[in-house]
Design a protein around this ligand. Structure first.
Ligand code: NAD
Length: 486
């Protein structure tokens, strides 16, 4: 099958500021490549300080005009629902472009587009049902909460599932009445540019949504340091989060940080092994392994360890790697040659840190493109770098344990704390372990089901603050207390 190129693929991607598509004031651009051919297919406007200034000014004017922040929640919700309708109506096109730009398997990109629509629908419902607190001291005083959108929200997003992750910030920020400036990841700017048309079609007023493309250290940095942007919602690497944290300090900005992970999947001997194998394969090989919540360390009780390893390796070898546009593909091409080189360096390192059971390099028959065979290392010691560091690709480390205490200490023995997956049929053990593991989110005998009302976020180096449900609305709003003496 030849390399699939979507119809009407843009060759140039612009900013969207104050309701208009524009280039950078400086005229600067950067190249965008597709991960199957690694050829440049487009240029994108490379935002600088002055472009961010224009975008923030447009967002601030739209905010100060009061139209969007003071619109009745029901009316805002109507627009958010129209956005969801528009995303659903073009989900196949969105998935096709996302797949082309990111290398994600097309079936999975389609699911992500549908999830993006769901995020808008969910926050539309939430703001209509929003209730704020009132505290009464009968006969003496009354106090109530006046919730106000914070202002211009700066949204900075990564390249894995870019469209869906943008929706995860855009939907609650807009629902709350903020206006926004979005700075998407430079590896994958294509799908972000589609929001402009979707929002316009849905009736979002000009200036409420602004998009500045560009390099993190330029456009992202200018957004973080802009004095008229009171809060930053960031998803990306832990080290980038640390830089942004420092840079937000000068203006004491509100921050939400969704960072990296090295999440454990713990399989006890009493687990439903078939279900655990299905889930732990999905957990690290779906989305090309480029998944913040990937279960990239599998801890297995020793009595089932050999059986688990051999069955797991057999299944990993059967995973279909290939052109991301082919619906049969289960693992596509990694996003960018730089990321491919990073993942491949871990694959090579793993050969000295563990016992290679599957993969270990480029799959046969795919000489070009950023393809990595699903790679499984067993007997990985907890001090190994492939046990400790986020690889963010289709690579998994398997480690045996003997007792619950050892499993917990292995699970918690990394700097991250995003997710954990537990497989056991012992109810007591499941809940005891879940409550002791360092993870913002725990899945018991399950994966990938998440009610949008629940908190999302990590502990330790995986993040700061929680989004999800009302927590997102809390982040994008100030809760002013108004006190009245009766
Ligand atoms: P990254 O940190 O390299 O980049 C993320 C974004 O930050 C990009 O838009 C980038 O341009 C921008 N940026 C970079 N330097 C900046 C700076 N100095 N100032 C302002 N902005 C800057 O991350 P990535 O490689 O795009 O994404 C992968 C990472 O994201 C992984 O670590 C993954 O675990 C993490 N992630 C976390 C979650 C979560 O919810 N916890 C979800 C998805 C991805």
């Amino acid at each position: 099958m030849g390399h699939y190129i979507p119809d009407e693929l843009p060759t140039h991607i612009q900013h969207f500021i104050g309701g208009r598509f524009v280039d950078s004031v400086s005229g600067k651009t950067f190249d965008v490549l597709d991960p199957v051919s690694n050829e440049n297919y487009a240029t994108a406007a490379a935002g600088q300080q002055e472009d961010v200034d224009l975008a923030v000014t447009a967002a601030k004017e739209a905010f100060d005009s009061g139209l969007w922040p003071r619109m009745k929640p029901r009316d805002r919700a109507r627009i958010l629902n129209r956005i969801a309708d528009a995303v659903e109506a073009q989900d196949a096109r969105l998935a096709e472009l996302e797949t082309f730009d990111t290398g994600l398997p097309i079936t999975q990109a389609l699911g992500q587009a549908q999830r993006a629509a769901e995020n808008f629908r969910f926050f539309a419902d939430l703001i209509v049902a929003q209730a704020d607190d009132t505290y009464k001291v009968p006969g003496a005083q009354m106090n109530y909460v006046n919730r106000k959108p914070v202002g211009v929200a700066g949204l900075i997003t990564p390249w894995n599932t870019p469209f869906m992750l943008e929706s995860w910030k855009l939907a609650p920020a807009l629902a709350s009445g903020c206006t926004v400036v979005l700075k998407p990841a430079e590896f994958t700017p294509l799908s972000a540019s589609l929001w402009a048309g979707i929002f316009r079609e849905a009736g979002l007023p000009d200036g409420v949504f602004n998009l500045v493309n560009g390099i993190g250290e330029e456009a992202g940095d200018a957004l973080v340091k802009h004095p008229d942007v009171p809060l930053i919602s960031f998803t990306g690497e832990t080290t980038t989060g640390q830089t942004i944290y420092r840079n937000c300090a000068a203006n004491l900005k509100g921050m939400s940080m969704e960072l990296g992970g090295k999440s454990p999947a713990v399989v006890f001997a009493d687990a439903d092994l078939d279900a655990a194998i299905d889930s732990t394969l999905f957990g690290v090989f779906s989305l090309n392994g480029e998944r913040c919540t990937a279960g990239s360390r599998i801890l297995v009780e020793r009595s089932i360890y050999d059986d688990f390893c051999s069955r797991y390796a057999t299944r990993a070898q059967r995973i279909v790697v290939g052109d991301p546009h082919d619906p049969k593909t289960e693992v596509g091409a990694l996003v960018h040659p730089e990321h491919y080189a990073k993942v491949m360096s871990y694959v090579e390192l793993g050969k000295s840190e563990g016992r290679l059971l599957a993969g270990g390099g480029r799959p046969e028959g795919l000489p070009d493109g950023n393809y990595v065979a699903p790679t499984v290392f067993a007997d990985v010691a907890p001090g190994a770098r492939i046990f400790q560091e986020e690889i963010f690709g289709p690579v998994v480390a398997i480690t045996p344990f003997d007792t619950d205490e050892e499993a917990l200490s292995l699970a918690n023995g990394v700097k991250y704390g995003l997710a954990a997956y537990l497989w056991t049929n012992d109810l007591h053990r499941a809940h005891t372990f879940a409550q002791s593991v360092d993870a913002g989110m725990v899945w018991l005998n399950s994966h990938n089901v998440r009610d949008l009302r629940t908190p999302f976020g990590g502990v330790k180096a995986s993040g700061l603050g929680h989004e999800g449900g009302y927590r997102s609305i809390d982040f994008y709003t100030d809760q002013q207390a108004v006190h009245i003496t009766l």
